[in-house]
Design a protein around this ligand. Structure first.
Ligand SMILES: Cc1cc2nc3c(=O)[nH]c(=O)nc-3n(C[C@H](O)[C@H](O)[C@H](O)COP(=O)(O)OP(=O)(O)OC[C@H]3O[C@@H](n4cnc5c(N)ncnc54)[C@H](O)[C@@H]3O)c2cc1C
Length: 270
């Protein structure tokens, strides 16, 4: 086996690619993982990043088994104990004083400390990178910009960095190539794998909101006739409280919100 011959090459070291690498690490197979950019370093003083995910308790266990959770929790996460879901139908019906169209899930009802944790995608990715760096059989080739893949060669060959086919330092072969290069995957295109896609009637606006009061332990989701609104608590940074607002609505409404000045937009959010 030459230096550039791998059992598995993973294109894309985002949350998905890095998680796959961590899962494959214990097999001892020779693995290369490539990405054009490394995850940004963690800065505890920075306000929460705009891209966050609600990781359920079960997802946390997966990340724990992959060896990444210890690194993620050493950076920052925000547990949520409750989840409130409301259907905004303006119905006057109530039962025992509560609107019929409202449900509250509470982790104490099932004996768990929390339902899940809100984690910045960058933090999840960085924790997975720290976990996979522990495997000697994984080569992290980052930064590497994949420019093409030759599926007709005797072994599939990935070219990265430049297009010169005689430059062996910027190519590798793999028995299996995993395309984890995101929604607009080039690997999918090069492998001639088609997709069917539909445009939703809604678009989404995502905003990080700083709020006053006390740190929240509840995620809110309100389903309206034009799309859901979600408000997720985020981690405190330097004693400031943050939340992630996800506002789905008709494309015209989202365009209108985006065009507003800050004061008008904050008024709408409030
Ligand atoms: C606003 C928003 C909200 C979302 N909310 C949720 C949610 O609540 N829950 C949920 O489950 N999902 C959510 N998602 C989706 C979720 O973020 C994605 O599914 C997830 O990030 C995909 O991860 P990934 O690793 O597959 O891709 P990505 O994070 O896109 O990573 C792909 C990686 O491949 C690399 N790459 C791409 N092309 C090349 C190339 N040619 N050469 C080298 N490297 C390359 C990129 O640099 C990148 O690091 C949301 C997405 C958005 C945009």
């Amino acid at each position: 086996m030459t230096q550039n011959a791998y059992d598995i090459a993973i294109v894309g070291a985002g949350m998905v690619g890095a998680a796959i690498a961590c899962g494959l690490g214990p097999t001892g197979l020779r693995i290369a993982i490539l990405d054009r950019t490394p995850p940004p370093p963690f800065d505890a003083n920075q306000a929460p990043d705009i891209r966050v995910s609600a990781l359920s308790y079960a997802s946390e266990q997966i990340l724990r088994n992959l060896g990444a959770w210890q690194f993620i929790s050493a950076m920052r996460t925000c547990p949520y104990q409750r989840m409130g879901v409301t259907e905004k139908l303006n119905t006057p019906l109530t039962f025992a004083g509560s609107p019929l169209n409202q449900t509250l899930f509470d982790s104490t009802d099932i004996g768990y400390p929390y339902l899940g944790q809100i984690v910045e995608n960058n933090v999840t990715q960085l924790g997975l990178h720290q976990a996979m760096a522990q495997y000697k059989n994984i080569d992290i080739l980052c930064p590497s910009d994949i420019t093409s893949i030759d599926f007709d060669a005797s072994l599939p060959t990935i070219f990265f960095g430049q297009d010169d086919p005689s430059d062996k330092t910027t190519q590798l072969t793999a028995k299996l190539i995993i395309g984890a290069d995101g929604a607009l995957s080039k690997v999918r295109d090069w492998a001639s794998i088609g997709i069917n896609s539909n445009q939703y009637e809604q678009q989404a606006l995502v905003a990080t909101v700083e709020y006053q009061g006390t740190q929240q332990d509840i995620t809110w989701q309100a389903f309206t006739s034009t799309g859901p609104l979600a408000f997720l608590p985020l981690m405190d940074v330097n004693e400031k409280h943050y939340g992630s607002l996800v506002w789905y609505d008709l494309p015209d409404k989202i365009r209108q919100l985006m065009a507003q000045d800050d004061d008008t937009f904050i008024g709408e959010v409030t």
